[in-house]
Design a protein. Structure first.
Ligand SMILES: *[C@@H]1O[C@H](CO)[C@@H](O)[C@H](O)[C@H]1NC(C)=O
Ligand SMILES: *[C@@H]1O[C@H](CO)[C@@H](O)[C@H](O)[C@H]1NC(C)=O
Ligand SMILES: *[C@@H]1O[C@H](CO)[C@@H](O)[C@H](O)[C@H]1NC(C)=O
Ligand SMILES: *[C@@H]1O[C@H](CO)[C@@H](O)[C@H](O)[C@H]1NC(C)=O
Ligand SMILES: *[C@@H]1O[C@H](CO)[C@@H](O)[C@H](O)[C@H]1NC(C)=O
Length: 432
């Protein structure tokens, strides 16, 4: 899934080649927008979460010799004979959790009507590695104290689409993926996430979290955390204290108005930052100067001024802001012909531009394939179009081949409201 972001072969261009590259640019007008937009993964159906037995097979670790595995299975559920460490109890209108036999490692209870998680159901279950309780009606006060913490081997806990009001606490230290999206979480024990040093993915999108609940949470103690999703919450500031291991940060649709200077300087591995639909008025000019970002989405904010664009960046989304000039001198103060920018796509519709980006930009961003200008806001109720709503460069045969490889052009004929493509799954907590 990360294929899209494999670094492109670096194009080492000597000055003469630069000129050639420049001459290759040609402007053409397209009525249709290249839908490279990926905003709301959550609007997609999440059927893919339905567990396939075959999905799980590579992860099996048979602790017990095959022949001695008991065929015990809760009567409400199905334990495949070929894969008896899994128990499937999903989509059965269950009101309570059945008794879990001791040998079960993968437990699927999603899409039922379960409200409580009692200790009794799990007295014998000590081998659990994965529990899926998503799409139920679980309430925080009906989770027995310590029920999850006792699973010393638990790696994945899926509790999205329930009625939780708090982050469950305590949790086992073995946890790697914790999925809590689509609840009503507005509270958290200050130690709720402490010591989860194996956690790589934390999803808390679509809850009611405010800054104060995340203050003392100690994100930096999660030393292996690669992805945090906190979209559709009520945050007003950036998360404090992120560990340097973070690669994907999703903060869309909060009320964040400010990014501290140097905030990203300690996040060298940050690959994708999504902060559309916030209240940002400016980005510190040097915010991304040491950054290795590939994707930056700052659409639907109130930005007036452009900022330094790191060379690593490939996709830049700035639609629906207040930008009047795409000042190339600011975006790209110097050109190093041996170390050119990787930028391929810019989206700047719904800003206040009166002219397209200066052609000088193409010396600095020689890999740019398309710039979507769309409509611009001139005054409150007036919209206007630049003469070229879409700039599109014809690709060299090598680039064309590469684009084919990554299916970049696959949505070419969709209009720009259409939703993201399969390439975005790396940020989707429900994709595995
Ligand atoms: C736990 O295991 C014991 C011994 O096998 C059995 O008698 C008991 O019913 C089990 N309890 C549950 C809740 O599964
Ligand atoms: C933003 O979140 C609110 C709820 O907090 C929701 O009603 C709204 O639809 C979301 N907007 C977008 C653009 O996702
Ligand atoms: C950043 O990524 C590199 C390469 O994947 C990895 O070796 C390194 O440990 C990561 N840094 C942190 C702080 O996780
Ligand atoms: C771009 O920014 C530079 C540096 O701040 C400034 O000198 C220049 O006038 C700006 N150009 C435009 C077209 O605004
Ligand atoms: C290219 O630039 C980046 C950031 O400016 C820097 O970290 C990297 O070392 C440079 N690479 C080369 C080959 O000069």
């Amino acid at each position: 899934m990360l294929k899209r972001y494999n670094m492109q072969k670096m194009n080492v261009a000597k000055p003469i080649q630069l000129l050639t590259i420049f001459l290759l640019f040609e402007v053409s007008v397209f009525g249709q927008y290249d839908s490279d937009d990926f905003e709301d993964e959550y609007e997609r159906e999440v059927d893919s979460e339905y567990p396939s037995i075959f999905h799980q097979i590579p992860h099996v670790e048979y602790n017990i010799p095959y022949a001695t595995i008991p065929v015990e299975c809760a009567k409400e559920c199905f334990c495949p004979p070929t894969f008896p460490v899994s128990m499937y109890c999903d989509h059965r209108k269950l009101l309570t959790i059945p008794n879990i036999p001791a040998h079960i490692q993968h437990l699927y209870l999603q899409h039922n009507e379960i409200e409580a998680v009692p200790l009794e159901s799990f007295v014998n279950a000590t081998a659990l590695r994965e529990i899926d309780l998503s799409h139920n009606k679980i309430k925080s006060h009906k989770i027995d104290n310590g029920v999850f913490a006792k699973f010393a081997h638990l790696r994945q806990l899926h509790l999205h689409h329930n009625e939780l009001e708090e982050i469950p606490f305590p949790l086992p230290r073995s946890l790697e993926r914790l999925i809590l999206g689509f609840n009503q979480i507005s509270k958290s024990h200050s130690k709720a996430l402490e010591g989860l040093m194996h956690l790589t993915m934390l999803d808390l999108c679509n809850n009611c979290l405010e800054d104060s609940q995340l203050k003392g949470i100690g994100f930096s103690s999660m030393r292996n955390l690669m992805q945090i999703n906190l979209c559709n919450n009520k945050l007003e500031s950036m998360l404090p204290d992120l560990p340097p291991s973070i690669m994907y940060l999703s903060l869309e649709n909060n009320s964040i108005s400010f990014i501290p200077d140097n905030y990203f300087h300690n996040l060298p591995n940050l690959t994708a930052l999504r902060m559309s639909h916030n209240n940002l008025q400016e980005i510190p000019y040097n915010a991304f100067i040491f950054s290795n970002l590939l994707e930056l989405n700052l659409g639907h904010n109130k930005l007036k001024q452009i900022f330094y664009i790191p060379r690593s960046l490939q996709h830049l989304y700035l639609e629906d802001n207040e930008i009047e000039v795409m000042n190339v001198t600011l975006m790209c103060p110097t050109i190093d012909p041996l170390n050119l920018s990787h930028l391929t796509y810019i989206r700047v519709d719904q800003n206040k531009l009166t002219a397209p980006i200066s052609t000088y930009a193409f010396f600095c961003f020689p890999h740019v394939r398309s710039i979507y200008y769309g409509e611009q806001k001139i005054s409150k109720d007036q919209q206007t179009q630049l003469r070229t709503p879409v700039f599109r460069r014809f690709l060299t045969p090598e680039e064309y081949e590469e684009a084919e490889d990554v299916h970049e052009e696959q949505d070419e004929n969709h209009d720009h409201e259409s939703r993201g493509s399969d390439n975005d799954n790396y940020l989707d907590p429900y994709f595995y």
